[in-house]
Design a protein. Structure first.
Length: 244
């Protein structure tokens, strides 16, 4: 996010960086955790920007889980309406199938990353889970992303459990309804998000919806030889230029 923001600022674009609800510095001001389909938070941010910067178009760029959220927003626009100032969205390595992604992350080959991810998730959760409560005690016993989603995320947002959350919140359920300019970038060797999920998604056949699968790139990597920054930064600049 820092690299992309720096690249866009250098091209003269205004940039707002957004933490998900309950993550990092936002945890102190959040009520409960994010979830992957919590697009109302994005709509609220767009509404706030529209008040502060009237009639100024906005493009949303999301990375990993943030990428899922902006794609979900694009898919919901057909039913709930497109935010007036939203010109388009771009995702980088979004987990388009939540169930498949958590299963891949929990695979033995990803155990080091999985352990680090759980450490970060628990750290952020301690900011909003009340100390001395049964939920706080349970937090320390959680071992997997699915455990975390089942115990904390799902009940906080009215889902019956992790599987219900993954099924109802995955952007795959609304992908075919994307009706705004959308650029989707993924790599064929992402170790945490299965490529098959992208092939199984019903993307709309629209000239303003583009799905790019790069040969190499890892998970939000996309480093070029001798390049000082990932090439998705240049792609984002080109995409915003096209959006106007």
């Amino acid at each position: 996010m820092h690299l992309c923001a720096a690249g866009l600022l250098a091209q003269g674009y205004g940039v707002v960086r957004l933490n998900l609800r309950g993550v990092g510095p936002s945890a102190a001001y959040s009520r409960g955790p994010y979830h992957a389909g919590l697009t109302q938070d994005l709509r609220d941010v767009l509404s706030g920007l529209a008040v502060r910067f009237p009639k100024r178009p906005v493009a949303m760029i999301g990375f990993s889980l943030g990428g899922h959220m902006v794609l979900r927003l694009a898919g919901e626009a057909g039913q709930k309406g497109k935010p007036d100032t939203l010109a388009g969205v771009m995702s980088v390595c979004a987990p388009v199938d939540l169930h498949a992604t958590q299963s891949r992350i929990a695979a033995p080959r990803n155990r080091i990353y999985h352990a680090a991810l759980m450490h970060w998730m628990k750290r952020d959760a301690r900011s909003w889970v009340a100390c001395g409560t049964p939920l706080a005690d349970k937090l320390e016993t959680l071992r997997t992303v699915r455990d975390f989603d089942d115990a904390l995320v799902a009940p906080a947002h009215g889902f019956e459990g992790a599987e219900d959350y993954y099924r109802r919140a995955s952007m795959q359920t609304v992908a075919s309804e994307i009706c705004i300019p959308t650029l989707v970038l993924h790599s064929n060797d992402d170790p945490w998000i299965p490529l098959q999920s992208y092939h199984a998604t019903q993307w709309p056949k629209r000239p303003d919806v583009t799905v790019m699968i790069a040969r190499g790139g890892g998970h939000v990597g996309f480093h070029g030889r001798h390049a000082k920054r990932p090439w998705y930064v240049d792609l984002a600049c080109q995409y915003l230029a096209i959006l106007g």
